[in-house]
Design a binder for this molecule. Structure first.
Ligand code: SF4
Length: 760
């Protein structure tokens, strides 16, 4: 049987570091177990290292080591108050999670920790949050109800696939809301490397043995993970567990161990197996581990950072390990990937006319062909100095090739596209090229549209496409929407066209109401007719011109005056922003009938008309439709006429002369068209006989002053007429009118609305 020993076996660097710190400061207490392995913990007691779970047992002057899993700030404060000597051996990767929690909690984000609520690492992380965080083992345990901004972190040993699934589900939920959720994949690299290797070995081998203490979460998860791939996976916490495993029936068997498994136990298991004449091989893990490539904010370092630490000395010799130390250790163990599409910072070895040779931190070097250097195809080897760092992406991994081929041009393109896209997102308006695609929720219902801008996915919720409901998303698949970013989550952007449309509508409204004020003359397009008036669009706004405001004459249809789709000048009669109602007048901009009549029938004109009405004081003559003139009784004849009906009757056609035009009153005279009567000679008067019988004396009466010829003075005539009229029941207006309803009457029950034509 062939036994393959995993490359990542035994204590992780975090645990190694904590044990070293404790040994350095022994005798000491450790706050909780340094490691989840009873044998190791018992062994450490022999070296004066005792775990405590309750800090009240600590005394002033005691050396206390904080384990790799870390502790809450309140624990540190308690130890400081006691006066203990504290040695913090929190793993740098755990510290990173704590820092993220502290930072985002301070920024007002609600914290969600994906992990085991009973694990001391998670309990310690909780202490860094201002508010009690949510701890969830799965999506179902998460609530986004109470808050707008959330930051999600993971326990360092959380499952990556599970994290991705939870992230996806949360993103789906928040895509319909304005909530912000930032994700931090804080799973430690050692854990990921172990799992990647476990996946590979579990697939490749007939059986897997996971060596771990049963209390180790790390070991249990490793076992579950391997078991999910290979059913012949066995958990071994001591040699006796192996005796029940019929290992001899397998041709290949993989050996793995948790981060807390001591080397001694691993050696024990391996020697047990080699004793059975099996061949033990080192797993040649040709860079099977993956690196976190996440689209959201992440704590994962770039591969280049790992490569930079390639020459780090062995960690076991150091008391204090840094994050770089741990990563360098991983790198030294072969944790480097040549995965296509991976971005790396590479060190230039040499540049010649063919391209650039770079060191990428693995077993192979990289090569950037000259065509893959710059976007514009140019290349000058002198621009690239040995020792400088260059960012590139792996474009092809050839197993039999000497070099890993890379492209700097693609990185530059992505950066350029990213810069342009980010600039667009920050602008007030951007667009994505159609065709768009419909996004459906898990029930299969369409919820919005999706397009691409550079490397970003732009999601437009259905409610954000237009003002009002969208009935059919398919209508918008080929449309170039005008968008504004609402939210950005990694490479996923939520955008809205509606906010732009609403903003424009508000601007139009503002401009409209500041110019459309009573008395203003506006241009309006007739959109439709109703029995009570015409709806007129003024700058896209629906206004009403009531039928009584369309003509000075009485009309029965608005179409008698206006034509559909024609544009006319209107006067604003009323504009009420609160109710949104605007009433327009058309007739007010037209000449009144009597103004026209004044031009057509100036004083002195002889008109023909029909007697329309007769009153004692005179007769009204209809000159034309809507225009009447009055022949006062004094103007009918030179003879004395007591009442107009003496000489005139209704329906009679007459000729008359316009003798005055005042306001809307036309005064006519028939008398003016007749010759004036001749002057009579002065009458002789006979003096009465004298009483004494004396001869009567015929005396001429003293001659009268000759009668003044009558001259018509229209002003005086009018004045006299006014006096008479004011003392009679004569109507004051005699130009026909269309009848005046009040504006309030006219506007009753009419709904004013903005034209939504531009709101597409
Ligand atoms: S975070 Fe990773 S490296 Fe650190 S102690 Fe935990 S398993 Fe070890």
């Amino acid at each position: 049987m062939e036994i393959i020993k995993a490359a990542h076996l035994g204590f992780c660097n975090g645990v190694k570091r904590a044990i070293n710190v404790a040994k350095t400061h022994a005798p000491c207490l450790t706050y909780k177990e340094l490691i989840h392995n009873k044998k190791v913990v018992d062994g450490l007691k022999n070296e004066g290292i005792y775990p405590v779970h309750d800090l009240s047992v600590v005394k002033s002057g005691d050396n206390v080591v904080i384990a790799a899993h870390g502790a809450a700030p309140s624990d540190f404060e308690k130890l400081a108050r006691i006066g203990a000597n504290v040695y913090d051996a929190t793993c740098p990767m755990v510290k990173k999670v704590q820092e993220i929690v502290r930072e985002y909690s301070t920024k007002g984000y609600k914290i969600i920790i994906l992990g085991d609520k009973n694990h001391q690492e998670v309990q310690g992380i909780c202490g860094f949050s201002a508010e009690t965080p949510q701890i969830a083992a799965d999506f179902d345990e998460i609530s986004l109800e109470d808050g707008e901004k959330f930051a999600v972190v993971t326990q360092t040993t959380f499952f990556e696939e599970k994290f991705e699934k939870i992230k996806e589900k949360i993103q789906n939920i928040i895509s319909y809301t304005h909530k912000i959720v930032v994700f931090f994949n804080t799973i430690c690299y050692t854990t990921m490397a172990k799992r990647e290797e476990a996946k590979s070995l579990a697939k490749r081998c007939d059986a897997v043995v996971v060596i771990s203490d049963r209390s180790s979460a790390n070991g249990n998860r490793l076992y579950e993970f391997a078991k999910s791939i290979n059913d012949n996976t066995f958990f071994v916490s001591e040699i006796s567990d192996l005796q029940s495993v019929m290992i001899s029936k397998y041709n290949t068997l993989a050996i793995m161990a948790a981060a807390s498994t001591p080397d001694e136990l691993i050696e024990e298991v391996l020697s047990f197996m080699s004793d059975t004449q099996n061949e033990v091989l080192e797993n040649a893990t040709e860079n099977t581990a993956t690196e976190e490539v996440t689209e959201v904010a992440t704590a994962a370092p770039e591969a280049g950072e790992m490569a930079a630490a390639a020459d780090a000395p062995a960690q076991s010799a150091k008391t204090e390990l840094t994050m770089d130390d741990i990563m360098a250790s991983d790198k030294a163990a072969g944790f480097t990937t040549y995965r296509e599409g991976k971005r790396i910072h590479a060190k230039i070895i040499n540049a010649d006319e063919n391209g650039i040779f770079v060191e990428i931190g693995g077993k192979k070097d990289g090569f950037i062909d000259k065509s893959e250097v710059n976007i514009d195809g140019t290349y000058n080897p002198d621009d690239f100095k040995a020792g400088d760092t260059i960012e590139a992406v792996i474009i092809n991994k050839k197993g039999d090739s000497t070099y890993v081929t890379l492209s700097k041009r693609e990185i530059d393109l992505v950066k350029k596209n990213d810069e342009e896209a980010l600039k667009a997102f920050e602008s007030k308006e951007f667009t994505v090229e159609p065709p768009l695609k419909i996004v459906k929720n898990k029930e299969g219902n369409p919820v919005g549209l999706e397009g691409r801008l550079g490397a970003f996915t732009v999601f437009i919720p259905g409610s954000q496409i237009r003002i009002g409901r969208v009935n059919n998303l398919e209508d918008y698949l080929d449309k170039k929407l005008r968008l504004r970013m609402l939210q950005k989550n990694g490479r996923r952007v939520t955008a809205s066209q509606r906010v732009i449309l609403e903003e424009e509508k508000a601007e139009k409204e503002e401009a409209f109401w500041s110019t459309v004020v009573p008395g203003a003359i506006v241009k309006g397009k007739v959109k439709r007719f109703a029995s009570f008036g015409a709806f007129v669009s003024v700058k896209g706004y629906d206004c009403l011109a009531h039928i009584s405001d369309l003509s000075w004459k009485k009309i029965s249809e608005p179409s008698e005056v206006l034509e559909l789709n024609q544009t006319y000048d209107f006067i604003v009669l009323k504009a009420d922003r609160e109710t949104g109602k605007i009433s327009l007048g058309y007739k007010q901009l037209q000449k009144k009938p009597y103004e026209l009549a004044a031009e057509k029938y100036p004083v002195g004109t002889v008109i023909k008309g029909t007697i329309a009405r007769i009153h004692p004081f005179g007769a009204f003559v209809q000159i034309e439709d809507g225009i009447d003139g009055l022949i006062h009784v004094s103007q009918i004849s030179h003879k004395y006429v007591k009442e107009a009906s003496e000489l005139l009757k209704e329906g009679q056609e007459v000729e008359a002369k316009v003798i005055s035009f005042e306001g809307n009153r036309i005064t006519l005279s028939m008398k003016e068209l007749e010759p004036a009567p001749e002057e009579k000679p002065a009458r002789e008067e006979v003096a009465p006989e004298a009483a004494d019988g004396a001869e009567s004396e015929v005396k001429s009466k003293a001659p009268r002053a000759p009668r003044k010829k009558f001259e018509y003075n229209p002003e005086k005539a009018e004045e006299r007429k006014r006096d008479r009229r004011d003392n009679s029941d004569e109507p004051h207006e005699w130009v026909s009118d269309s009848g005046n309803a009040t504006l309030a009457d006219l506007l009753k029950g009419i709904d004013f609305k903005f034209d939504d034509e531009e709101n597409k």
